[in-house]
Design a protein around this ligand. Sequence first.
Ligand SMILES: Nc1nc2c(ncn2[C@@H]2O[C@H](COP(=O)(O)OP(=O)(O)OP(=O)(O)O)[C@@H](O)[C@H]2O)c(=O)[nH]1
Length: 190
Amino acid sequence: MASHDALKKRKIAVLGSRSVGKSSMIVQFVERQFIESYYPTIESTFTKSVSLNGTTYDCKIIDTAGQDEYSLLGPNHAIGIHGFVLVYSVASRKSFDMIKVIYDKIINFCGVADIPCVIVGAKMDLNNSRQVEAAEGEALAKKLHATWVETSAKNNVNVAKVFDLCLIEIEKQVPPSMPEPAKPSSCIVM
Ligand SMILES: Nc1nc2c(ncn2[C@@H]2O[C@H](COP(=O)(O)OP(=O)(O)OP(=O)(O)O)[C@@H](O)[C@H]2O)c(=O)[nH]1
């Protein structure tokens, strides 16, 4: 029989400006393919089992419509969410500036000081049109107590790592010994 810790359900929301590569990253992770064409997302949910350090996580990944400074954070994107993946494109300074805006919206909505969070610099293959240096991404993540990684969905670089890092961040707030449902932050209280 599976032990209590053998299968854990984790809900991860992926947020960021429009067209930064959120869907491409998720589709590369779940379906192992890269789609060149751009189809704006309304909202979709993907599921994938992820094994990490001997534990299998049953992950629900929520792909959101791109945000801007005026979009309101819906309850779908905060309530019941265990971890957040905030994505910018390394080729878009504007999308990088939006990370802090989205982060603050989540913090305010959830009424917490900290969230399990991975900041992702997507499209790292676009080196010729880079507008955001790696060091800037790292510094922002440090300031927000998040982890950071650069990815390329196109070349499948670091894509799986994003979700491993997010699960690790979640575990930091939900110790493995803690019985579920855990209460790492008010975000997951339904
Ligand atoms: N060069 C390159 N292009 C990428 C990469 N990831 C995504 N793209 C392209 O960027 C465009 C937007 O990608 P999406 O994944 O649809 O972006 P999104 O953030 O989900 O967009 P919204 O649904 O509007 O929020 C598409 O044309 C993708 O092919 C990448 O790693 N490298």
